[in-house]
Ligand binder design. Structure first.
Ligand code: NAP
Length: 341
């Protein structure tokens, strides 16, 4: 059965933009996650699409990701007709180096993404800025808003912005539909300031890192701590192992995995499913982005189970009983996105 047939699988991010609540993440094609075979990758993209996973998260800086969307769309159109393309949502990002931002820099960057992706307008453009001390992000947002008003960008989103800067945007009448941030059972920083702000201003969150690169899975249950970060074979695993260390360390993480495993077995799903469901049920969350190592590994049928079950009060209490012994990442790292700055 396609997840298309299941209840609650989609989310209306904007009146004309509905996404699958599990978004396929394409950072994994950018290097550091094993060799990606182009042909196998595009074939896999068709399989994700056929299973109902029609939404993709990518970026101009994710290696060939935007070109893959272009190739995928051409193949999909050839296989099923142009109409089928209406079912695809490709959510890209613009991640410029901080400098003076002019209108022509913005126009050229967006034109490049359009060309690569083979589209006439972008469903959602998520903007990232590395350095708040450089104020030109507000200029960039103004020029992007103009492109949105012309229909070249359908909707404007952000990634890794903190609540303080989003307040500045709201005060300047910049219309934002979403912010993409790290959000998982171990990294609940969005709950401190970001989620109340998003609820108040009707902005949605797209969560990443919710299964910690795959660390939140049976594969790591009962495993001894990797002797060094280099023993983990993807950049994603390394990134979130550091987050686990900051959160409370490997022993506490194993307790969390045991708890998630008990819940997973009770619900007849996987640990990753429980970790995903937990975030999907949070206020303001539109979707969880799960990284796809296209042509290498495949969790399509397992991830579809996320739409088949729900967590109850005792599950939340059991998870909370472990998390309450962790460090407060908002205090040690800061608000959403501060880990990049
Ligand atoms: N805005 C940003 O700054 C930012 C930062 C990071 C990520 N992202 C976005 O978020 C996406 C997700 O990346 P992430 O780093 O957060 O990775 P992730 O989604 O936490 O982990 C992805 C990995 O989890 C494993 N996995 C997936 N489903 C599973 C299942 N059902 N059971 C067991 N394991 C499963 C797979 O590992 P195997 O392949 O090894 O099986 C997969 O490669 C990225 O592609 C990107 O689009 C954005």
């Amino acid at each position: 059965m396609s997840i298309m047939d299941k209840r609650g699988y989609h989310y209306q991010l904007a009146p004309d933009l509905t996404i699958c609540r599990i978004v396929n993440g394409m950072w994994q094609v950018a290097g550091g996650h094993g060799y990606i075979d182009h042909k196998l990758a595009i074939e896999d993209m068709i399989r994700y699409h056929d299973a109902g996973f029609t939404s993709w998260d990518l970026a101009d800086i994710y290696g060939p990701a935007e070109d893959f969307i272009g190739d995928f769309r051409r193949k999909l159109s050839a296989l099923k007709g142009e109409e089928e393309l209406n079912k695809v949502q490709a959510l890209t990002k613009w991640v410029p180096q901080p400098r003076i931002i002019t209108r022509s820099i913005v126009d050229e960057s967006i034109q490049r993404s359009l060309r690569r992706m083979g589209v006439s307008s972008l469903d959602l453009l998520q903007f990232h800025w590395w350095d708040y001390n450089n104020p030109y992000y507000m200029d960039a947002l103004k020029y992007l808003s103009d492109l949105r008003d012309k229909g070249i960008v359908k909707h404007l989103g952000l990634t890794n912005f903190d609540t303080e800067r989003m307040q500045i945007m709201v005060d300047s009448d910049i219309q934002i539909v979403s912010n993409q941030v790290q959000y998982s059972i171990i990294d609940r920083r969005p709950e401190v300031k970001m989620i109340p702000f998003c609820i108040k201003h009707n902005i949605s969150l797209l969560a990443y890192g919710s299964i910690c690169g795959g660390l939140m899975s049976e594969r790591y249950l009962g495993r001894t701590q990797p002797p060094s970060i280099a023993d983990l074979d993807t950049l994603s695993l390394r990134k979130y192992k550091k987050m686990i260390d900051a959160w409370g360390g490997w022993t506490l993480f194993q307790e969390l995995l045991s708890t998630l495993n008990r819940i997973a077995q009770k619900c007849n799903v996987s640990i990753a499913n429980v970790a995903t469901r937990y975030i999907l049920d949070k206020a303001a969350v539109a979707g969880v982005i799960i990284g796809a190592r296209l042509g290498i590994s495949d969790h399509i049928s397992n991830n579809a189970l996320v739409f088949n079950f729900s967590l109850d009060k005792s599950d939340y209490n059991d998870i909370e009983a472990v998390c309450t012994r962790s460090n407060n990442l908002f205090e040690t790292i800061g608000d959403c996105g501060d880990e990049y700055r």
